[in-house]
Design a protein around this ligand. Structure first.
Ligand code: SAM
Length: 277
């Protein structure tokens, strides 16, 4: 028997006109639609004039158990579409576990690309898009949160975060303390919706802005990457070389260690070492 295909279908993040013709075709063709919330997806399908679908709920509570059921259906030839409440399934939304299980079972996976708040906010931010990291939602509290924020301090790639409006002020405050007041950030709010807004400024001003009015709606935060550290000066290299020489290292070994420590060219450091009396 030929297995069915698991099709990941991106749906609008606000403006319903962003649904693609291929997404509509995939939803029409599916025997089963996996979704987070049957009411929400039911309304979308109703808007698209699609009826008579069987729904299976895939959310953080059900994903573990539902995977076997869905994979079993796929293996027996059922065509399955996976959607989330909004945007691309699997991006801070359920789906990852189902895709992994389908891959393990040798099921064909296909995808209908479409909206995702992550890419839209990033490309509109005006910050570097050539290298970026997606952090999703930060942990809400505790050591896990502080560890993750600490990892962002020296991150040189642009960082994209999701945040709920009622946690925005706290997150901006924590980022300001960790990354400094002057790091630039963009707050992308209510993308594709009536009150779409891009706010650009420093972490300090963003924090102030979030306190001035109650944040409402959905937000993506795009944080400028950290500046690369300034190259070491000759004085710094000389001091480090002297420390190494004083502890008994040869000029060659001292130069190698100092070059590695500062990420400086070995030749330049060795030349400095040779000049030390
Ligand atoms: N899977 C979705 C995607 O592809 O973007 C993301 C789902 S995640 C549960 C929801 C978060 O995405 C929101 O809290 C917000 O950070 C961001 N988001 C979703 N829609 C948005 C929109 N229209 N404008 C700004 N941010 C949005």
């Amino acid at each position: 028997m030929t297995s069915g295909t698991l099709t990941l279908v991106a749906t609008p993040i606000g403006n319903l006109s962003d649904i693609s013709p291929r997404a509509i075709e995939a939803l029409q063709a599916a025997d089963v639609v996996c979704c987070e919330d049957t009411r929400r997806t039911g309304m979308l399908l109703q808007h698209l004039g699609i009826s008579g679908k069987k729904y299976i709920v895939i959310n953080e509570h059900t994903e573990f158990d539902a995977c076997d059921d869905v994979v079993g259906k796929l293996l027996s030839g059922t065509e399955v579409a996976l959607v989330s409440d909004a945007g691309t399934p699997g991006i801070s939304d359920p789906g990852e576990r189902l895709v992994k299980a389908a891959v393990l079972a040798g099921i064909t996976i296909s995808s209908i690309p479409g909206p995702s708040a992550l890419t839209m906010a990033l490309v509109m931010s005006g910050l570097s898009t050539s290298r970026f990291v997606f952090e999703g939602f930060l942990p809400r509290s505790g050591g896990e949160r502080s560890d993750r924020i600490a990892q962002l301090v020296d991150e040189q790639r642009t960082v994209v975060l999701y945040e709920a409006p009622h946690r925005l002020e706290r997150t901006l405050a924590d980022l300001e303390v960790a990354c400094g007041s002057l790091r630039r950030i963009v707050l992308a709010r209510e993308l594709t919706k009536m009150h779409e807004e891009m706010w650009r400024g420093t972490l300090h001003d963003a924090h102030k802005h979030s306190k001035s009015e109650e944040p409402r709606g959905e937000y993506v935060l795009i944080l400028e990457g950290a500046k690369p550290p300034a190259p070491p000066t000759d004085d710094e290299l000389n001091q480090a070389l002297r420390d190494e020489l004083n502890s008994g290292a040869s000029k060659k070994d001292a130069a190698a260690r100092v070059a590695a420590k500062f990420g400086a060219p070995k030749r330049r450091v060795y030349e400095l070492a040779l000049m030390i009396k």
